[in-house]
Design a protein around this ligand. Structure first.
Ligand code: ATP
Length: 250
C-alpha cells in the first residue's frame, strides 16, 4: 500500500437479487483528497458509499481502511474508525433542537448513556463540542431552534455537522447540494472545500457538475456499477466514454 493511503477497495461488489449494483470496483483514496463521484442515476454511487460505510456488506472484494480489512465490520465499528456517511435525504430528530441533534451524533460512538443520565460536566462538554461543529457549518446562531421550521440549506448543513461530530477521517457526502438553489449550493460547496482544506478527506457524490468540477481535483465516474473513469477532473471531463454515458444525457 502507498503511504498516505486512507481507503482502498479491491474488486468490491454487491448484488441485490439479480442486479449487480456495484461490480469489481477498485480504487484508492489518499489522506487529504477531495474526490467527486459521478455517474448517471442508478449507476451505483450511493451503494458504493454504503459499502464503504458498512450499511451494506459486500458480496465480493475487500475494503481496507488505514491498513485494516474492514469488510466484515458493521457501520458503528467503521464509524468508530473514522468513516462517516452523510445521507442524501436529511432526517434529523424533529423533536430535538439543532444542537441536540449534533450532541446525539457526537455522543453516539463514545457513550450509550442517555442524555438525561449524563452528569452536568459531560452535558456541558458535549454541548460546547457540538456548538463548534454548528459554528463550522455556519448555523451556530440558530442552535436552539427545532429542525422543522428550517429551510433545506440549514438541514443540509446540520447533516454535515452531525457527520463531523463523529470526528471522521473520511467523510462520505451523498448529494449534499441536491435541492439547493444556485447561491446556497455554491456556499455549501465552499464549505466542503474548507473542510477538506482543514484536513478532512472527502468523497462526494454530486449531480451538480459545475460545483464538482470547481471543487474536486479528482473525479471518479461510475456507470452500471463499474468504474468508467478515474483521474484529474479536467481529463475525466474530456473522456469520450464519460461524455457518451453521462454528460451526453439529455
Ligand atoms: P442516483 O444518482 O439516482 O442516486 P446511484 O448511482 O446512487 O443513483 P444506487 O442508488 O446505488 O445508484 O443504485 C444502483 C442500483 O442498485 C439501482 O439499480 C438500484 O435500483 C439498485 N439498488 C440499490 N439499493 C438497493 C436495494 N437495497 N435493494 C435492491 N436494489 C437496490
Amino acid at each position: 500500500m502507498n503511504s498516505g493511503c486512507l481507503l482502498q477497495t479491491r474488486g468490491v461488489g454487491v448484488r441485490f437479487g439479480g442486479i449487480s449494483a456495484v461490480q469489481d470496483f477498485s480504487f484508492q483514496v489518499n489522506e487529504g483528497e477531495l474526490v467527486g463521484l459521478l455517474g448517471p442515476n442508478g449507476a451505483g454511487k450511493t451503494t458504493l458509499l454504503r459499502l464503504i460505510s458498512g450499511v451494506v456488506p459486500p458480496s465480493e472484494g475487500e475494503i481496507i481502511f488505514r491498513d485494516e480489512r474492514i469488510n466484515r465490520l458493521k457501520s458503528p465499528a467503521r464509524a468508530q474508525r473514522g468513516i462517516a456517511l452523510s445521507h442524501q435525504i436529511v432526517r434529523p430528530f424533529r423533536s430535538m433542537t439543532l444542537i441536540e441533534n449534533v450532541v446525539l451524533a457526537a455522543g453516539a460512538p463514545i457513550t450509550r448513556t442517555p442524555w438525561r443520565a449524563l452528569g452536568t460536566m459531560d452535558r456541558h462538554h458535549l454541548r460546547s463540542e457540538a456548538m463548534q461543529y454548528l459554528e463550522k457549518v455556519g448555523i451556530a446562531q440558530i442552535a436552539d431552534r427545532l429542525p422543522s421550521a428550517q429551510p433545506l440549506g440549514v438541514l443540509k448543513r446540520l447533516e454535515v455537522a452531525r457527520a463531523l461530530a463523529t470526528k471522521p477521517r473520511l467523510l462520505l457526502l451523498d448529494e449534499p447540494l441536491a435541492g439547493l438553489g444556485h447561491a446556497e449550493a455554491i456556499r455549501l460547496a465552499d464549505l466542503i472545500l474548507e473542510l477538506n482544506a482543514a484536513g478532512t478527506t472527502i468523497v462526494l457524490i454530486e449531480h451538480n457538475l459545475a460545483e464538482v468540477i470547481r471543487i474536486c481535483p479528482r473525479i471518479v465516474v461510475l456507470n452500471n456499477g463499474q468504474k468508467m473513469a478515474d483521474g484529474p477532473a479536467a481529463d475525466v471531463m474530456r473522456n469520450p466514454a464519460v461524455i457518451d454515458a453521462y454528460l451526453g444525457e439529455g
